[in-house]
Design a protein around this ligand. Structure first.
Ligand SMILES: *Cc1c(COP(=O)(O)O)cnc(C)c1O
Length: 369
């Protein structure tokens, strides 16, 4: 049995009629950017999250970058980011000229540890940028309380958490603004790069609508030095076709996650995800940990099971940040996680039989050795 880590074609098979109709609707309209499809998708996505505004942009990285830009965060400013996570979150800060200040994670949830944030706050700190990593939200009430106390802006990285909840509130509606990615492999994915900002803030949303389009409200009148970061009509139409499926697809992921928990508990040194009582994850990834990650990955590959590592190099040790002065040992937890995490296949088009095969293969690895 083969269990690929990711397959995008089955989503097309399931929604072929709707996606083909979306394509034809846009082609027949002859309107490709900043039109009715985007407007409709923004309204539908905002309603699904329960926020006042959704502003479509080109991708998740630029969504976060544009929010920081709109807030006037730049050179000389600091933004607190998780030490464990995807480098895009840090790059958004770097691209506006501000400095990412890494904060270690909670060792159980792998998300930003609220208990470690306050010691990192300086007069230069402007914002906190938690990631809802692997589809589970960070501890947002705790993070928001710290931010409120110090007058800081909270920007969620909601790229992996479409539909996730925290104390009942929805990811993307838990801070001042959120950057969302619709990269094809995300729980809600377009057919190319796409992203959005969600926010309750009217003025911020209005500013972002200009910043994504060269800083221009009226054509050829540029109020800010903006970017070209637009979500195309075609991608908006595809996202509109997929959005009604998101809840069902997330529920399928949750069922598989339950199977993983049932079948993988108490094996060797394998560490399963930790879900606090207040969290409702959407299982963008199902990430386990073991000190023998490399040999487990090889064993699974031989059994036809695809896996991935999210992420093998902590951002502070990435060559991209070679000039920033960080070194091995600076963020021990991030470095340990990077050496031990392994993502098992999960997704709306993976079957319970396939998950049973993955689990049997994992079990086989730990009992043989
Ligand atoms: C995918 C992802 C991003 C970047 O989104 P893009 O649309 O690829 O720019 C940012 N942060 C996290 C946590 C992600 O998973």
């Amino acid at each position: 049995m083969k269990v690929p880590i990711l397959e995008l074609k089955p989503a097309y098979d399931e929604l072929r009629n709707d996606l083909d109709a979306a394509y034809r609707r846009v082609m027949e309209s002859g309107w490709l950017l900043l039109g009715k499809e985007l407007e409709a998708f923004e309204a539908e996505y905002a309603a699904s999250i329960g926020v006042r505004h959704c502003v479509g942009v080109a991708n998740g990285l630029e969504a976060m970058q544009l929010v920081l830009m709109a807030r006037g965060i730049g050179p000389g400013d600091e933004v607190i980011v998780p030490s464990h996570g995807y480098i895009a979150t840090w790059l958004a800060v770097t691209h506006v000229g501000a400095k990412p200040i890494p904060c270690e994670s909670d060792p159980q949830t792998y998300n930003l540890d609220p208990n470690r944030i306050e010691t990192l706050i300086t007069p230069r700190t402007k914002a906190i940028l938690p990631i809802h990593l692997y589809g589970q939200t960070a501890d947002m009430p705790a993070i928001n309380a710290i931010a409120a106390k110090h007058g800081l802006f909270v920007l969620e990285d909601a790229a992996q958490s479409h539909g996730a909840r925290c104390h009942g509130g929805q990811a993307g509606a838990l801070g001042h603004a959120a950057g969302v990615s619709f990269y094809p492999s995300k729980n809600l994915g377009a057919m190319a790069d796409a992203g959005a900002v969600t926010t309750h803030d009217d003025a911020l949303a209005e500013k972002l609508r200009h910043l994504r389009n060269y800083g221009s409200k009226i054509r050829y009148q540029n109020d800010y030095p903006g970017m070209n970061s637009r979500l195309s009509e075609l991608q908006a139409a595809f996202l509109r076709a997929k959005l009604p499926k998101l809840a069902e697809w997330n529920a399928r992921r949750a069922l598989l996650a339950r199977d993983y928990f049932d079948r993988l508990r108490g094996i060797g040194d394998l560490v399963l995800p930790h879900v606090p009582a207040w969290a409702e994850p959407v299982w963008h990834l199902f990430v386990v940990r073991t000190a023998r990650r490399e040999s487990l990955q090889k064993h699974l590959a031989a059994a036809g099971v695809g896996t991935q590592i999210h992420y093998p190099v902590p951002p502070h040790l990435s060559r991209a940040y070679a000039d920033a002065g960080w070194k091995h040992g600076d963020f021990p937890l991030a470095e340990k996680l990077a050496g031990e995490v392994l993502s098992l296949p999960i997704g709306p088009h993976i079957s319970r039989e396939q998950v049973a095969h993955v689990c049997a293969s994992v079990r086989g690895f730990f009992t043989q050795a």
